[in-house]
Design a protein around this ligand. Structure first.
Ligand SMILES: [Zn+2]
Length: 76
């Protein structure tokens, strides 16, 4: 399953710099070390619910808990 690779998705250096400025954390480094870029916690502490959540982590660096906080939890 290639999308389970522990690798940040590509973003332009400008966007990465902006995100780093906003969060104080390097998103790419966070994804590679499986650290949440939003709360700074262990991104594997709460298992990712589905491949989409994992993908979102690769994109935004947000752990499952932070994704739930931002996007809400669907009840299905
Ligand atoms: Zn988090």
């Amino acid at each position: 399953m290639t999308n389970m690779e522990n690798k940040a998705t590509y973003k332009s250096p400008q966007i990465d710099a902006l995100l780093t400025a906003l969060t104080g954390r390097d998103r790419t480094a966070c994804v590679e070390s499986l650290t949440c870029a939003t709360c700074g916690g262990d991104a594997q502490k709460v298992a990712f619910r589905d491949p989409l959540s994992w993908k979102e982590f690769q994109i935004s660096g947000m752990c499952q808990e932070c994704q739930d906080e931002v996007f809400g939890v669907s009840e299905d």
